[in-house]
Design a protein around this ligand. Structure first.
Ligand code: HEM
Length: 234
């Protein structure tokens, strides 16, 4: 007997019903369609969690706990979190389709904007702490090191997506135009993985893991689109 039933006691409303149906609606249905307050709470928790990498860096800086090479640590941490948020953003639609939790879509814009936020910190660390705003040296580096130019290309492609992530821009572009522009996120994630792959010297385990997750997410979308097309054709 589950504890919820025990607490309710015999004869109490809902007594004897499985925990999954306590509160009127089955748990699965509540997870699929939570109320506005629950969605707000999930968004607040996700927002707070997404800030943790930044808080860790700020505290590390404050208490001198960023190791022997703080600039490298900040660059690496912000780069890793950019890629993680890009993949999280791309995972929302497959997760929504697999689980029927359509409300997950309400988190997608926030994840995308966190990817942009962390890449801005990543890029700022590079141009400020690494290159000291020496624009000639930065330009030379972009042209010389292939992992820098592909990372820079990903950053430039992210700019129009961040600029058009607000409701007014979505209305201005129209749904189909907005969706077409935001397909750039696939190219950005691919460039991000190649950037990582090209910069590691020996152990490619991490870029392979990120690359495999990205490949799985892209494969899911291709299969889903193909299935929809075959269904539409009869
Ligand atoms: C969407 C764009 C980008 C993504 C997803 C990204 C991601 C990453 C990742 C995952 C790392 C490695 C972290 C690690 O070693 O654990 C990294 C390192 C780095 N990135 Fe980026 N990055 C992006 C854009 C840029 C840009 C625009 C620049 C500079 C122009 C840049 C410069 C660097 C540098 C200098 C490193 C450190 C290399 C090293 O440690 O030797 N990245 N980035």
């Amino acid at each position: 007997m589950d504890s919820a039933t025990t607490r309710a006691g015999p004869g109490a409303p809902g007594a004897g019903a499985p925990a999954a149906t306590q509160g009127g609606r089955p748990l699965a249905a509540r997870l699929r369609a939570p109320g506005p307050a629950a969605i707000k709470a999930v968004k607040a928790v996700a927002f707070a969690l997404a800030l943790l990498p930044l808080i860790r860096l700020v505290l590390g800086f404050q208490f001198d706990r960023l190791g022997a090479n703080p600039i490298e640590l900040i660059t690496r941490s912000t780069g890793t979190w950019t890629l993680t948020f890009l993949l999280t953003t791309l995972a929302v639609t497959p997760l929504r389709q697999l689980t029927g939790c359509h409300w997950l879509l309400r988190l997608r814009r926030m994840f995308g904007l966190f990817a942009f936020f962390y890449v801005c910190l990543h890029f700022t660390t590079y141009i400020w702490l690494d290159q000291f705003f020496d624009w000639a040296a930065i330009w030379k580096d972009i042209l010389k090191r292939r992992f820098i130019w592909i990372g820079f290309a990903a950053f430039v492609m992210l700019l129009p997506l961040a600029a058009t992530s607000f409701n007014a821009a979505i209305r201005w572009l129209g749904g189909p135009g907005w969706r077409r522009l935001h397909r750039l996120v696939y190219a950005i994630a691919i460039c991000g993985v190649i950037h990582y792959w090209w910069l590691v010297k020996k152990d490619i385990t991490q870029p392979v893991i990120y690359g495999s997750v990205l490949a799985a997410l892209l494969a899911f979308r291709v299969v889903h689109a193909w299935r929809n097309r075959s269904r539409a054709q009869g």
